[in-house]
Design a binder for this molecule. Structure first.
Ligand code: UN1
Length: 510
C-alpha cells in the first residue's frame, strides 16, 4: 500500500488509512465489497475501501432526509457561513488534497490543486449567493394583488460524479445545493473513493463542530448498484449526474419515469476552429492545453481541430513541434515539471487503442503519437490524426483519451457546420481577429454548444459562468450564473391584500 510509504505522508494528513470505510451518513461505515484504489501512474494499490451496499445507500438517503428539515430551517446566510467554513477548511488542505487528486486520478499536481481551488472558489461564490439569491415580484393585473416568486429547496440531492473531476464537480453541486437548503448524498466514481472520503471528512468536521448532522453531506461509495439505488429513490427529487452520454441517457429515463429531475453533464466532442486571420502562436498554445491537458480526459477536451485550408499546414507543423516538447515532460503527475500524466486506468488505454485502430482503418493518418508508452501505469502518447472526413464514425465519437482529429475547411460557415455536426454540444472555440466572425460565432447560426469561446481553448472554464452543454451533452448547467435554480423549486405566489375578489383575464363569475 502506498499509504504506508513515507513519500505519500499527505495521505495520513487527510485521514486515509490502509483500509477505509466508504460510507458516511453522519457515521462512518460500509459493509460492501473491499476494493483497491489504484494509482494510475504506477498501477500500485494506494489503499483499500470498504464500499457501501445498496441497503446502506438507501439508509444514507433516510439519514439525509431526516437532516433536511433542520438544515432547511437555518437562515440562508447562516448556511452560507457553514459553506464559508468548508471553503476555509479546504484552503487549509489545498496542498494535500490536491496531491491526493493527482495520485488517485492521475492528473498533474497543478491541475490537482486547481481542482481543489475550483471547489474553494465555488464556496466563495455560494457564500455571496447566500446573501443575494434573488426572487421576483411581477406587476399583477388585479387591483390590490401581488404576484411574486418564492424559491424553496428541493430536499435531498443526489450527486453522481465522474473520475476525471473527482472533487470540483462535487464542489459545484454541493456548495450551491447546500446554501439553497438541500442535503446531499454523493456517489463518487468507484475508482476515486479516497478523494471522496478525504473531502467528506473535511466537510463532516465543519458540520459536526457547528452542531449540524453530518448526514447533510453524506457519501456512498460503490458501483452501479449503489448508483441505481440513488437514481431510483423517489425521496431524491434531483440527481446531478456527470458521466457518459450512454449512462446519462439511462439515468435520465429512469428519473423521468418517477418524475424526478435530472441535471446532466454528459459527453463532449469539442472543436477548436482556427480561421485564416487567427494569431497562430496563441491558437497552438491553446490547442496544446485543450488537447493534451489532463491527458485528454476532460469533458471539455478538444477532440477536433478545424483548420482553414490556408493555415492548416503551418498550424499542424507548429502543433507537432509543441507535442514533441510535451513528450519530454511525461512522468509521474506528482513530480515537478511534469505536464503529461497517465490515463486513469486500463480500460481507458484499451479504448485509446481501439479508437486509433478504427481511425487508421477508416483511412486516417497518424501525424503524431498513436502508441502506448512503455512504462508502469497507464500512459499513452498524445495523438494527432488527419485525413478523416468530419462525418467519419470515429470522429463523431468521444474517446476519453488524448486523440485529436484534424479537419480542413474553406470557410467559417463550413467550420461551424462541422462544429455543430456532432451529437454532443458541450464546448467550442474560435480563433479569429475579425469582429464579424465573432458575432457570427456567438449568434443563432454560430456554435450550438453551451460553452462558446473566442481566442481561448475549449477547456478550463471559470466557475462564475453556467457550465454545461446542449444536445447529447444533456442540457444541464452547473456552477455559476443562475445554475442555483436547478437546486430549488419555484412557487408562483399570488396574494390578494384587498377586500374584493377579481378574477384574472377580467372574467366575471357571478
Ligand atoms: C469535466 O471535464 O467534467 O472547464 C469538467 C473545464 C473544467 C471542468 C471540466 N473547469 O475544463
Amino acid at each position: 500500500h502506498l499509504v504506508t510509504d513515507p513519500k505519500y505522508g499527505f495521505l495520513k494528513q487527510l485521514g486515509i488509512n490502509v483500509e477505509n470505510p466508504g460510507l458516511y451518513d453522519g457515521r462512518w461505515g460500509g459493509s460492501g465489497k473491499l476494493i483497491e484504489s489504484i494509482s494510475p501512474a504506477t498501477g500500485k494499490v494506494i489503499a483499500k475501501v470498504r464500499e457501501s451496499t445498496p441497503q446502506e445507500a438507501s439508509n444514507a438517503i433516510t439519514e439525509a432526509r431526516k437532516a433536511w428539515p433542520q438544515w432547511a430551517s437555518i437562515p440562508m446566510p447562516t448556511r452560507g457561513d457553514i459553506v464559508r467554513q468548508i471553503g476555509d477548511e479546504l484552503r487549509r488542505h489545498l496542498e494535500p488534497l490536491g496531491r491526493l487528486v493527482s495520485l488517485e486520478m492521475g492528473k498533474i499536481l497543478p491541475e490537482g490543486i486547481g481542482e481543489v481551488q475550483e471547489f474553494i472558489d465555488i464556496c466563495d461564490y455560494a457564500v455571496g449567493l447566500s446573501r443575494t439569491l434573488p426572487g421576483s415580484i411581477f406587476p399583477s393585473e388585479r387591483k390590490n394583488h401581488a404576484l411574486l416568486e418564492k424559491w424553496n429547496p428541493l430536499g435531498v440531492i443526489g450527486v453522481i460524479s465522474a473520475f476525471n473531476f473527482p472533487i470540483a464537480v462535487y464542489g459545484w453541486n454541493s456548495a450551491i445545493a447546500m446554501i439553497c437548503g438541500n442535503t446531499i448524498v454523493w456517489k463518487e466514481a468507484s475508482s476515486t473513493p479516497l478523494i471522496a472520503i478525504a473531502t467528506t471528512k473535511i466537510i463532516a468536521s465543519v458540520l459536526e463542530r457547528n452542531g449540524i448532522p453530518g448526514s447533510v453531506a453524506s457519501l456512498i461509495t460503490g458501483g452501479s448498484d449503489v448508483g441505481e439505488t440513488l437514481v431510483n429513490d423517489k425521496r431524491v427529487p434531483l440527481i446531478s449526474f456527470t458521466g457518459s452520454t450512454n449512462v446519462g441517457r439511462q439515468v435520465a429515463l429512469k428519473i423521468q419515469e418517477r418524475f424526478g429531475r435530472s441535471l446532466l453533464e454528459l459527453g463532449g466532442n469539442n472543436a477548436l476552429i482556427v480561421t485564416q486571420d487567427a494569431d497562430l502562436e496563441m491558437a497552438v498554445r491553446a490547442a496544446v492545453f485543450s488537447c493534451v491537458g489532463t491527458a485528454g480526459q476532460r469533458c471539455t477536451t478538444t477532440r477536433r481541430l478545424i483548420l482553414h485550408k490556408k493555415i492548416k499546414d503551418e498550424f499542424l507543423g507548429k502543433l507537432k513541434t509543441a507535442y514533441k516538447s510535451i513528450t519530454d515532460r511525461v512522468g509521474d503527475p506528482l513530480d515537478d515539471g511534469v505536464l503529461y500524466g497517465p490515463l486513469h486506468n486500463q480500460p481507458a488505454v484499451d479504448a485509446y487503442k481501439v479508437s486509433i485502430q478504427k481511425a487508421v482503418e477508416a483511412g486516417g493518418t497518424i501525424e503524431f503519437g498513436g502508441k502506448q508508452i512503455q512504462r508502469p501505469g497507464f500512459y499513452v502518447e498524445p495523438t494527432i490524426i488527419s485525413g478523416l472526413p468530419a462525418g467519419a464514425e470515429i470522429v463523431q465519437q468521444e474517446t476519453f483519451a488524448p486523440i485529436v482529429y484534424i479537419l480542413e475547411v474553406n470557410s467559417l460557415e463550413e467550420a461551424i457546420d462541422f462544429n455543430n455536426g456532432v451529437e454532443q454540444g458541450l464546448s467550442s472555440s474560435l480563433f479569429t481577429k475579425s469582429i464579424g466572425n465573432v458575432f457570427q460565432w456567438i449568434g443563432p447560426h454560430g456554435s450550438d454548444c453551451g460553452i462558446v469561446n473566442i481566442n481561448i481553448g475549449t477547456s478550463g472554464a471559470e466557475i462564475g459562468g453556467a457550465f454545461g452543454g446542449e444536445k447529447a451533452t444533456g442540457g444541464g448547467r452547473e456552477s455559476g450564473s443562475d445554475a442555483w435554480k436547478h437546486y430549488m423549486r419555484r412557487a408562483t405566489v399570488t396574494i390578494n391584500y384587498g377586500n374584493e375578489l377579481p378574477l384574472a383575464q377580467g372574467i366575471k363569475f357571478e
